[in-house]
Design a protein around this ligand. Structure first.
Ligand code: ADP
Ligand code: MG
Length: 282
C-alpha cells in the first residue's frame, strides 16, 4: 500500500463568478522513502494540494488516503515547511522549534532534549535564544525546518521552501536537506517538495509530478533516474529539464480567460516524451 494516495481529487473555491476550479482530477501516490517533487505553474493549486494532504482543507470531490485511511482531520504525522518560514517573531529559536511538540503532553525535559536534537541537526547551535529578526533568511528557514523535523513526521511537506532565499543560501540548504533525508536515523519517511523551480525539483527528487495550469491535472509523472549528487551541467540533466519545461509550456492552456471565467472545454492532450528524454513514468 502506498503511504499516500491522492485519488481523483477535484478542488474548487467559491468565487465572484460562481466557482473557481483549481484541480481537475489529480491522482498520484507517494511511497515510503519517496522524495517526490510537485512542479507546476503559479496558481495551479500546489499550496492548496499540500493543505488538502495535511487535512487543513477538504477536496471538493475525490479522496486522499494516508496509510490507507481517508484524511479527515489535521494529520499529526505530517509537518510543513513554508516559503515564508512562518515563525513567531516574539518567540526565540528554541521556542519556535518547540511549537509543534508542545501539545504532546511530554515532560519539559523530553521537549528540551528533542528541541536540542533538531537544533543541532539543522545547524542552529548557538542561536537557541535568538529571535527570528536577528537571523538571516537561511537561518530562519533552518528554524522552520527544525520545527517541522522535531515532530518526527512521517511526511515532510515543503512548500517552495527555498524560493525566498538568495541563490547561494538556497543551494546550500538544498544540499543539507538532502543529507538529512539520506540519514536513516532521521525522519521523515517521505518528502513532498512543492516548487515552480524545475531545476530544483530535478536536483532533489526521485520522482516529479508535473501539474498543468489551473484547473490542474497531472501532465506526467517523471522518474529522475540521474545519479546523486545530481550534476546540473550534465547532458541528461539538461534533457530532463527541457522535457519538463516542454510539458508545462506545451501541455497546458493559459491559466484563465481574460474575463476570469474558469469554464473551458476538454483538457488538452499531453505531449509525448521526446526521443532523448525519458517519458512519463505512468
Ligand atoms: P500555487 O501554490 O500553485 O501557486 P495555490 O494553491 O496557492 O496555488 O492557489 C491556487 C488558486 O486557488 C489561486 O488562484 C488562489 O487564489 C486560489 N485559492 C487558494 N486558496 C483559496 C481560498 N481559501 N479561497 C479562494 N481561493 C483560493
Ligand atoms: Mg503556492
Amino acid at each position: 500500500m502506498a503511504l499516500i494516495e491522492v485519488d481523483d481529487v477535484v478542488k474548487s473555491f467559491p468565487s465572484r463568478h460562481g466557482s473557481l476550479a483549481i484541480m481537475n482530477g489529480i491522482t498520484f501516490q507517494v511511497a515510503d522513502n519517496d522524495f517526490l517533487a510537485i512542479v507546476g505553474p503559479s496558481g495551479c493549486g500546489k499550496s492548496t494540494l499540500l493543505r488538502l494532504l495535511q487535512g487543513l482543507d477538504r477536496p471538493t470531490s475525490g479522496e486522499i488516503r494516508f496509510r490507507g485511511q481517508p484524511v479527515g482531520r489535521v494529520q499529526s504525522e505530517m509537518a510543513m515547511v513554508f516559503q515564508s518560514f512562518a515563525l513567531y517573531p516574539w518567540l526565540t529559536v528554541k521556542q519556535n522549534v518547540a511549537l509543534g511538540i508542545e501539545a504532546r503532553g511530554w515532560s519539559p525535559d523530553r521537549i528540551e532534549a528533542q528541541v536540542e536534537r533538531y537544533i543541532s541537526v539543522t545547524g542552529l547551535v548557538g542561536f537557541e535564544e535568538a529571535y527570528p529578526r536577528e537571523l538571516s533568511g537561511g537561518m530562519r528557514q533552518r528554524v522552520g525546518l527544525a520545527r517541522a523535523l522535531a515532530v518526527e513526521p512521517a511526511v515532510l511537506l515543503m512548500d517552495e521552501p527555498f524560493s525566498s532565499l538568495d541563490p547561494l543560501t538556497a543551494e546550500s540548504l538544498r544540499e543539507e536537506v538532502l543529507q538529512l533525508w539520506q540519514d536513516p536515523a532521521l525522519p521523515p519517511e517521505a518528502v513532498l517538495l512543492v516548487t515552480h523551480n524545475i531545476e530544483e525539483a530535478l536536483s532533489m527528487a526521485d520522482r516529479i509530478i508535473v501539474l498543468s495550469h489551473r484547473p490542474s491535472r497531472v501532465l506526467a509523472g517523471v522518474i529522475v533516474n540521474l545519479p546523486r549528487p545530481r550534476d546540473r551541467k550534465s547532458e541528461a540533466f539538461y534533457e530532463l529539464t527541457d522535457y519538463v519545461y516542454s510539458l508545462i509550456t506545451e501541455g497546458g492552456p493559459p491559466a484563465t480567460t481574460p474575463s476570469g471565467q474558469g469554464a473551458r472545454s476538454g483538457p488538452p492532450a499531453a505531449t509525448g516524451g521526446p526521443g532523448a528524454a525519458p517519458g512519463p513514468s505512468k
